[in-house]
Design a protein around this ligand. Structure first.
Ligand code: M6R
Length: 366
């Protein structure tokens, strides 16, 4: 089943172009954005939605954090993203005009299911599951559903499920924007073109694997790593840190780059590699000054940049240039090299990549 791949995780990373193409099939060819992507009743459920609450765990939670940037910027709806295990036990203020989005690869995560039931018990009936398993417990509990078509994910570390969750959230963002009259036809066409191009764009990033493999060699000897990002790439930094911890057992933390001076900079020295997710967006100049702060303390920088980022390679500054700039979908592209980095770091360390110690694929108990 593994074919030319050594592990499921590697196979699943490389399946992402196809997983995305399958998930986005609804808009292939001439298909436009429609609430119907989320179920026959979606038009009625979305109508009058005033806010969005995303509930999830782990990697799925990170997908929700990215979605917050998209939905607020494009659909202009306020979004809260909560860790399911916190939400279920917290006293919160329910609002029936909330669209509750639960996101789960497996659809069986106990905390996410319980958080969904809790939201429903508080009178929030507008519920949507984004899930990779059609007949799962979570999908059976929601009014609406979007099934990602990543195919079975065997590796404990979630990869293709994550990027297809992001694709689903991109469609949701645009559907909510359309319903709220915030998606002019020209914008819709532009977003659709970008989404249709996504599988090809991901494929091009995957071709950078040999370079990332070299970085991983240098990395694997480290005990700690710091991941930095800004805006919608902050959750991507978080996802990169989670992947590295999970399968290579290297301690990793992610920070919004603007927080550097508020504490973590104290950790930076020559033994602390810093990974920066550094797309060419309006935050790039700010990020560059954060990177200088790191260099000034002797920290070795590994920068994932895209077209137009123009960060020069220099002593202690390693740059991986991705071929395009991807606009709104940039987080989908930037997570790919981080997945590959942790995979190759784990290979160098000889850990059990597909079944990391102490972890289960599906967390069906609290
Ligand atoms: O099946 P789910 O998406 O609900 O799982 C949630 C988390 O347990 C999961 O994403 C976990 O964090 C992954 N192992 C991360 O790679």
């Amino acid at each position: 089943e593994l074919g030319k791949f050594r592990h499921y995780m590697q196979k699943e990373i490389f399946e992402q172009p196809q997983a995305l193409a399958n998930t986005l099939e609804l808009i292939a060819g001439g298909g436009g954005i429609s609430p119907q992507h989320f179920g026959a009743r979606a038009g009625e459920v979305f109508e009058g939605v005033r806010r969005v609450l995303v509930l999830a765990c782990g990697t799925s939670y990170h997908a929700g954090l990215v979605a917050r940037y998209w939905i607020e910027a494009i659909a202009k709806l306020p979004v809260t993203v909560e860790i399911a295990s916190e939400y279920r036990y917290r006293e919160s203020v329910p609002d029936p005009d909330t669209l509750v989005v639960v996101i789960s690869q497996s659809g069986e995560t106990a905390d996410t299911l319980a958080a969904l039931k809790h939201a429903k018990s508080l009178g929030m009936a507008r519920t949507l599951a984004i899930c990779n398993v059609p007949e799962s417990a979570i999908v059976r509990e929601t009014a609406l559903r979007f099934i990602t078509r990543a195919g079975p994910e065997i590796g404990v570390a979630s990869t293709k499920a994550f990027t297809t969750q992001l694709a689903a959230f991109a469609l949701l963002t645009l559907a909510l924007a359309k319903i709220n009259g915030r998606l002019p036809a020209a914008d819709e066409e532009r977003h659709l073109a970008a989404l249709r191009h996504l599988p090809v764009a991901v494929q091009k990033v995957l071709e950078l694997e040999p370079e990332i493999e070299k970085w991983a060699q240098r990395f694997a000897g480290k005990e700690h790593a710091l991941f930095l990002g800004r805006g919608s790439h902050w959750p991507i930094a978080m996802e990169g840190a989670l992947k590295l911890k999970e399968i290579s057992y290297i301690h990793a933390e992610a920070y919004a780059a603007g927080e550097l001076k508020h504490g973590p900079l104290a950790l930076v020295d020559k033994d602390m590699p810093v990974i920066a997710v550094s797309p060419h967006d309006q935050l790039l100049e700010k990020l560059k000054s954060n990177l200088q702060e790191v260099r000034a303390r002797g920290g070795e920088l590994y920068v994932f940049a895209d077209a137009g980022s123009e960060i020069p390679e220099s002593e202690g500054v390693h740059i991986l240039h991705m071929p395009e700039h991807y606009g709104m979908l940039s987080p989908v592209l930037h997570v790919i090299p981080l997945q590959l980095l942790s995979y190759h770091a784990a290979l160098v360390k000889g850990t059990d990549v597909d079944k990391p110690r102490n972890l289960a694929k599906s967390v069906t108990v609290e």
